[in-house]
Design a protein around this ligand. Structure first.
Ligand code: HEC
Length: 96
């Protein structure tokens, strides 16, 4: 019985470790999962480099939500909170 309790404790620790304590969207993680195949921070790839993107958060949000030419739209794939997190991430990588 003692052994079982130990295993149960270890398993719950692993679950806790896999899930972030806060549910806030992680812009950096989202970017590497959904955007990095086309966008790099410093160099142009399929799409423009993050550092060269528009500086207006309203424009960033609009392009991510609705798409533009080769840029796919993410309005139906990501929540408003996730899109806000991506906009904040892009802004954090742009020169002031
Ligand atoms: C299939 C490739 C592809 C993917 C995936 C992609 N993009 Fe793009 N993105 C582009 C291209 C190409 C453009 C340039 C569009 C144009 O020519 O107007 C662009 C443009 C943009 C712009 C506009 C930049 C500006 O200066 O106006 C933003 C912001 C942007 N992408 C953010 C993202 C984010 C955030 C993601 C992930 C959620 C993402 N993109 C995923 C290809 C992609």
């Amino acid at each position: 019985m003692k052994k079982f309790a130990l295993i149960a404790a270890a398993a719950s620790l692993m679950v806790a470790g896999a899930m972030p304590a806060h549910a806030a969207a992680d812009g950096a993680k989202l970017f590497s999962k959904k955007c990095s195949m086309c966008h790099r921070i410093d160099t142009k790839k399929v799409g423009p480099a993050v550092k060269d993107m528009n500086k207006d958060p309203a424009v960033l949000k609009e392009v991510i939500t609705k798409g533009r030419k080769m840029m796919p739209k993410f309005g139906s794939k990501l929540s408003a909170e996730e899109i806000d997190a991506l906009v904040a991430f892009i802004q954090s990588k742009q020169p002031k």
